[in-house]
Design a binder for this molecule. Structure first.
Ligand SMILES: Nc1nc2c(c(=O)[nH]1)N[C@H]1C(S)=C(S)[C@@H](COP(=O)(O)OP(=O)(O)OC[C@H]3O[C@@H](n4cnc5c(=O)[nH]c(N)nc54)[C@H](O)[C@@H]3O)O[C@H]1N2
Ligand SMILES: Nc1nc2c(c(=O)[nH]1)N[C@H]1C(S)=C(S)[C@@H](COP(=O)(O)OP(=O)(O)OC[C@H]3O[C@@H](n4cnc5c(=O)[nH]c(N)nc54)[C@H](O)[C@@H]3O)O[C@H]1N2
Ligand SMILES: [Mo]
Length: 773
C-alpha cells in the first residue's frame, strides 16, 4: 500500500482490479505478432463481455475516422489513412470507443447509495466501471454524498465563486487533450477574459519537451512530417514508443515500410511487441493466412535516459564517415540552412566513445550499426514519444535528434524530418487553439484585437505549479476540462492532499474518476457528451474539429444518441460557465453555441493558419496547418535551424539505485484501466508489479513474484514508497526497471521535474528495491 491514506493503490484491494479479485497473476513471454487475430479476439471479448455493445458498437466503428459522416477516434493522435479506403481503426481505438459507448450508467441513485469517503477507497477501475455520468452533481459535505444540481445552479455556483475571488490567479483551469478545437478556443477565451493564464494541460506531463526543443532548434514547436513522409522514408527511427499499445495504427506504417524495404530502428529499453512483427487487421490476406510482417530491422535496448548518448554516438559516426566520404554530410544544407555547426562538431569530437557507451548502455558496434543505417538512407524520419520526453534532459535529447537529422539534411523534404508521436487525440489542437500557460505575445495580441478582450500577460501555472500553489493555499478554485488530474499528476500523496485543500474543484467528465472522489472543500461533477455522440444545438447537429499529431485539422461528427438527456456539450458548458462568471463580457457566448460555425468564424481570424476554417474543415481530409520549418523557414533568432551544443550529461546512478520508467500497460488509457492484464508483455491479472533485469534481481536475492518494497529518493532527499509489489524478471538493461502509471505516481516527487521542460520525470524515478518484510 502507498504511504498515506491511499487505499485505492493498495495491492490488497487491487489497484485497478477488473472485478475478478481471485484471478491468478501469471507472466509468460509473448511471441505472437502485434495486432492480428490476438487484437481481433480481444476487441470482440471486450465489446461482448464487458460492454455488451457488439452490434451498435460495430456500426459506430465503421464510421470512425471516416469524415464527413463519422467521428474522429477519441483514442490517440495518430493521423487517419488518407486514401479513405481502409478500415482505419485499431484494437485500442475500438476499446476506447466502446469504453465511451458503454450501456452502464452512473446515476444519482448510485451516488445516493455510496458516500464519497467510501468511493475514495474504490479502485480506479471500479470507479469508471460505473459507466457514463448522467446528471450534474454537487458535493454535499453534510451527508458526504454527491447530490443532483441543476445546470443553471451549477453555473451560478462557479460564477459566484469566480466573481468573488480577489484575484483571478487564485483559480486554475486544466485541459486534457481530448477537448475539441471549438470548446478549446472558447475555454481559453473565457479564462483569459476572466484574467489569468493559469491554463495547465496534460501536455505539461507529455510532450512539453518536444515543443520546447523543436521551437528552439527549428522555430516551430511541432514536428514537420506528414504521414506521407513516413510512407516515403528509407529509414524510420522509432524511439521511446510502445507503438503496438499506444499508437497501434503506426503498425500499418511500419509493416508497409518493411514491405518496401525501408529500415526500421527501434530504440527502447524493452523490445516491445511493435518492434518485432505484426499483422494488420485490414490486410485481409495477411489475416487469413496468418502472415506476419516484420516491423523492425534493429532493436537497440538503450539504458533508460541513454538516448542522448546514442544520438551523440550516431553523430560521431557520421562525422567520422565524413572524413573519407564527403557525402556523409549534407554540406550544402548545413551551410545554407543551419547555424552552430562548428561548435557542434567540437562538442561531438570531445565526447569519447567510452562515455557514449557508458551513458547509452549500448556497445560502439551497436551504435555504429544504427548510424550505418542512417548514413545509407537518403531519407530518414525520426520519431519519439514519452520514453524521450519524460526525462531531465528531454529537451536536449530531442535537440540532439534534430542535430543528427540536420547533419544529413533530413528536413524540409519528402520522407524526412522529426516526428513526435503525440498522445491524446487533440492535445496538439489544444495548444494551437490557445491552451498555453506561457502564451506568446503575438498570440495574445491577436486574441485581444479579434475578441476585444484585454488578456493578462503574465505566465500562468502549469500542472506542477498548480499543485504546489494548492498546497501553499494559493489556489481557491480548480476546473478540470476532461481528464483525471489527481490521478495523472505526479506525487499522489502530495497531490491528493493539495486537492483536498482547494476551496472548490470542478470536473467536466464523462465517467466517475479519482478527481471526483479526491476533491476540494466544495466540488461539482459536470457530465458532458463524448466524441461519439450527437451534439445538437439551436441550428441543428454540430460538427467539431481536432488536429492530429501531424498538424492536420479535420472534422468529427458524433453519431450516437447522448448517454443521458441531461448531458451538455463541452462548448455549451464553457459558455454556461462564462456567462455566469463574466457579467460584463463582450463575447456573445450564446450566439456562438447556437451554431459552431460562428466559433470557427472568429477562430479563423484569431488563429494563424485557420483562414477559411469553416470551408476547409469540411474538406474530406481537412487541412494542414502551415509549418514554416517544413518549408525551410526558421523562426529562430538566427533565421536558421540551430544546432544545439550541449555536453553529454552524466545520468549514471550510484550503486544500488535503479532508474524506474512508469508507463502504460496494453489494456489501459492513461488513468482508465480496462483490465489488469498487459497482453503484449505476457502479463495476466497483475498491475502491482515491477519489471527488473535478472542481474539486478540476483544482486538483491530476488526471484519471480517475490514481494518487494520500492522506495524512490527525490532530488531534495525525500523518500516515497510502494509496498509488496511483485517482481517480474524481464529483458530490460541492468540498472533499469519499469512499472505502471498511474499507481506508481506515488513514487514521482512533485519537485522532480525537468529544468529544461518543467515536465515531471516520470521515466526516470530513482529507486531502491528490497524484499518486503
Ligand atoms: N491504448 C492507449 N493508447 C494511448 C495511451 C494509453 O494510455 N493507452 N496514452 C496516450 C498518450 S496521452 C500518450 S502521451 C501516448 C504515450 O505513448 P508511449 O510513449 O508509448 O507511452 P508509455 O507507455 O509511457 O511508454 C513509453 C515507452 O518508452 C519506453 N521507454 C521508457 N524509458 C525510456 C528511455 O529512457 N528511452 C527510450 N528510448 N525508451 C524508453 C518504454 O519502454 C515504453 O515502450 O500514448 C497515447 N495512446
Ligand atoms: N507516472 C506517469 N504519470 C503520467 C504519465 C506517465 O507516463 N507516467 N503520462 C502523462 C500523460 S502523457 C498524460 S497525457 C496524462 C493524462 O492525463 P489526463 O488526460 O488528465 O487523464 P486521462 O486518464 O486521459 O483522463 C481520463 C478521464 O477523462 C474523462 N473523459 C473521457 N472522455 C472525455 C470527454 O470526451 N470529455 C471530457 N470532458 N472528459 C472525458 C473521463 O471522465 C476519464 O475518467 O497523464 C500523465 N501522467
Ligand atoms: Mo500524453
Amino acid at each position: 500500500m502507498a504511504d498515506g491514506p491511499y487505499t485505492a493503490y493498495d495491492p490488497d484491494s487491487g489497484p485497478s482490479s477488473n472485478g475478478d479479485r481471485d484471478a491468478v497473476p501469471s507472466v509468460k513471454p509473448y511471441h505472437h505478432p502485434a495486432a492480428g487475430w490476438g487484437a481481433a479476439m480481444s476487441v470482440s471479448n471486450f465489446m461482448v463481455r464487458k460492454e455488451h455493445e457488439l452490434l451498435s458498437g460495430t456500426r459506430a466503428i465503421l464510421k470512425m475516422n471516416h469524415p464527413p459522416h463519422g467521428f474522429d477516434c477519441p483514442g490517440c493522435a495518430w493521423p487517419d489513412a488518407t486514401d479513405g479506403l481502409k478500415l482505419d481503426v485499431c484494437e485500442n481505438g475500438i476499446k476506447h470507443v466502446a469504453w465511451e459507448m458503454t450501456h452502464k450508467r452512473c446515476t444519482p441513485e448510485f451516488f445516493a447509495a455510496h458516500t464519497v469517503s467510501e468511493l475514495a477507497t474504490w479502485s480506479d477501475f471500479d470507479l469508471e466501471d460505473q459507466g457514463r455520468l448522467t446528471h450534474p452533481m454537487v458535493y454535499d459535505a453534510e451527508t458526504d454524498h454527491y447530490v443532483p444540481i441543476s445546470w443553471p445552479d451549477a453555473f451560478e455556483m462557479v460564477g459566484k465563486t469566480l466573481r468573488e475571488l480577489p484575484d483571478p490567479n487564485l483559480a486554475s483551469f486544466y485541459t486534457s487533450g481530448r477537448l475539441n478545437n471549438e470548446a478549446t478556443f472558447l475555454y481559453q477565451l473565457m479564462v483569459r477574459e476572466y484574467g489569468t493564464n493559469n491554463l495547465p494541460d496534460c501536455s505539461n506531463m507529455c510532450h512539453e519537451a518536444s515543443g520546447r526543443a523543436l521551437q528552439a532548434s527549428l522555430g516551430t514547436g511541432k514536428g514537420t512530417c506528414d504521414i506521407e513522409d513516413w510512407d516515403k522514408a528509407d529509414a524510420l527511427f522509432v524511439m521511446g514508443i510502445n507503438a503496438a499499445s499506444n499508437a497501434p495504427r503506426m503498425l500499418t506504417a511500419l509493416t508497409e515500410a518493411h514491405k518496401r524495404g525501408a529500415q526500421i530502428v527501434h530504440v527502447n529499453p524493452l523490445v516491445e511487441a511493435g518492434a518485432r512483427k505484426a499483422i494488420i487487421p485490414h490486410d485481409f490476406v495477411d489475416m487469413a493466412t496468418f502472415h506476419a510482417t516484420k516491423t523492425s530491422t534493429l532493436n537497440l535496448q538503450v539504458r533508460i535516459g541513454g538516448d542522448f548518448a546514442l544520438m551523440r554516438g550516431i553523430a560521431k559516426h557520421v562525422l567520422e564517415e565524413a572524413e573519407t566520404d564527403p557525402k556523409a554530410l549534407d554540406h550544402e544544407f548545413i551551410e545554407r540552412y543551419t547555424d552552430g555547426f562548428a561548435g557542434y562538431v567540437r562538442e561531438v569530437k570531445d565526447t569519447t566513445w567510452a562515455e557514449i557507451q557508458r551513458q547509452s548502455g549500448l556497445s560502439e558496434s551497436e551504435i555504429r550499426k544504427a548510424a550505418g543505417i542512417y548514413c545509407d538512407a537518403d531519407r530518414t524520419v525520426m520519431s519519439w514519444c514519452l520514453g524521450i520526453t519524460q526525462h531531465e534532459h528531454g529537451v536536449d535529447t530531442i535537440r540532439e535528434i534534430v542535430n543528427v537529422l540536420l547533419l544529413r539534411g533530413n528536413l524540409g523534404r519528402e520522407g524526412a524530418g522529426p516526428s513526435p508521436v503525440r498522445g491524446h487525440s487533440n492535445v496538439q489542437g489544444n495548444r494551437t487553439c490557445g491552451i498555453d500557460n506561457n502564451p506568446s505575445a503575438e498570440f495574445l495580441d491577436r486574441l485581444a484585437q479579434v475578441c476585444k478582450i484585454d488578456p493578462p500577460r503574465a505566465n500562468g501555472y502549469d500542472v506542477v505549479s498548480t499543485i504546489q500553489a494548492m498546497q501553499a493555499g494559493k489556489l481557491e478554485f480548480f476546473l478540470g476540462m476532461g481528464g483525471n488530474f489527481v490521478a495523472a499528476a505526479p506525487d499522489a500523496a502530495y497531490t491528493f492532499e493539495a486537492f483536498r485543500k482547494c476551496g472548490f474543484t470542478v470536473n467536466v467528465s464523462t465517467k466517475l474518476n479519482r478527481s471526483h472522489v479526491v476533491h476540494g472543500k466544495r466540488a461539482l461533477i459536470l457530465p458532458c457528451i463524448g466524441r461519439t455522440e450527437r451534439d445538437e444545438q439551436r441550428s441543428g447537429p454540430q460538427i467539431t474539429s481536432m488536429e492530429n499529431g501531424m498538424a492536420v485539422v479535420h472534422m468529427s461528427r458524433g453519431i450516437r444518441k447522448p448517454a443521458s438527456e441531461h448531458l451538455m456539450s463541452e462548448p455549451a458548458i464553457v459558455a454556461g460557465l462564462a456567462k455566469a462568471t463574466l457579467p460584463h463580457t463582450k463575447t456573445p457566448w450564446e450566439y456562438y453555441i447556437e451554431d459552431y460555425d460562428r466559433i470557427r468564424e472568429v477562430m479563423s481570424k484569431a488563429l494563424v493558419g485557420f483562414e477559411d476554417y469553416n470551408r476547409r474543415v469540411r474538406l474530406p481530409l481537412g487541412f494542414r496547418i502551415r509549418q514554416p520549418a517544413r518549408e525551410l523557414i526558421f523562426l529562430t533568432p538566427s533565421g536558421k535551424a540551430e544546432f544545439s551544443t550541449v555536453t553529454l550529461p552524466d545520468t549514471i546512478n550510484p550503486p544500488g539505485v535503479l532508474t524506474l520508467a512508469t508507463q502504460r500497460s496494453h489494456d489501459q488509457w492513461n488513468t482508465s484501466i480496462y483490465s489488469d492484464s498487459d497482453r503484449y508483455r505476457g502479463v495476466k491479472n497483475l498491475r502491482t508489479l515491477i519489471f527488473m533485469n535478472d542481474q539486478d534481481m540476483r544482486e538483491r536475492g530476488l526471484k519471480e513474484f517475490d514481494e518487494v518494497d520500492i522506495t524512490s529518493t527525490a532530488r531534495d532527499g525525500s523518500t516515497r514508497s510502494l509496498h509488496r509489489y511483485k517482481v517480474v524478471p524481464y529483458d530490460i538493461p541492468p540498472g533499469c526497471a519499469a512499472g505502471y502509471m498511474p499507481e506508481m505516481n506515488v513514487l514521482c516527487a512533485i519537485g522532480d521535474y525537468s529544468t529544461e521542460s518543467d515536465q515531471p520525470l516520470m521515466k526516470s524515478v530513482k529507486i531502491t528495491v528490497a524484499l518486503s518484510s
